[in-house]
Design a binder for this molecule. Structure first.
Ligand code: MTE
Ligand code: MO
Length: 175
């Protein structure tokens, strides 16, 4: 059957609206975490190396977009603290007041990028719930979310710093 191009366009419009660009799943699963910048031991941690750190559970968590829309629910995510990951590569602190200049940038395979400050991670309650997770509700993360996911459980809107396909951490010392 031949479909008139105008009819085809009309049929496609609702599909485009149902899936706005900011929620496209165009990335690929991540298989490791590359850590670079102001750290003493830059390099790549695979899932096995990450799992050797102390695992933690989030308990029930909703993923809420900045728009307020509920995007997902979980009874539990399992992962390790981002601060434990950073401690394993050791932030390169040159002097007593150097740590607080650091910005921690987390990126995904699709280029999605979020930031934390050193102070936020190490000197507020937020940091105690920022996890690099590999498991949701007792199962490995689905390819659409993992296999590594960064989550910030104390955020008011948990969607923005819910980084699917996390694959890079950069520690930036602000000049
Ligand atoms: N890698 C990656 N992670 C991402 C995004 C993205 O575009 N790429 N979108 C974010 C947004 S805007 C939200 S609200 C949450 C949940 O959105 P989702 O339903 O698209 O997963 O994931 C976040 N994580
Ligand atoms: Mo979002």
């Amino acid at each position: 059957m031949k479909i008139h191009p105008l009819l085809l366009a009309l049929l496609l419009v609702p599909a485009v609206h149902a899936s706005p660009a900011e929620h496209d799943h165009t990335g690929t699963p991540s298989h490791s975490l590359t850590i670079s910048g102001a750290v003493k031991a830059p390099g790549e941690l695979d899932l096995a190396a990450i799992k050797k750190l102390a695992p933690k559970n989030t308990g029930p968590m909703n993923v809420i977009c900045a728009s307020g829309q509920l995007k997902g629910k979980a009874d539990n995510y399992r992962g390790v603290l981002l601060t434990d990951v950073l401690d394993s590569v050791v932030i390169d602190q040159k002097a007593h007041k150097d740590d607080r200049r650091m910005v921690i940038v987390a990126r995904a395979t699709d280029g999605y990028t979020v930031t934390f400050s050193w102070s936020e991670l190490y000197n507020t309650e937020i940091g105690k719930q920022v996890l690099v997770a590999w498991e949701k509700d007792g199962k490995p993360l689905e390819p659409g979310e993992g296999q590594l996911l960064l989550i910030s459980g104390k955020d008011i809107k948990t969607g923005p710093r819910h980084v699917r396909w996390l694959d890079r951490i950069e520690v930036v010392r602000m000049p």
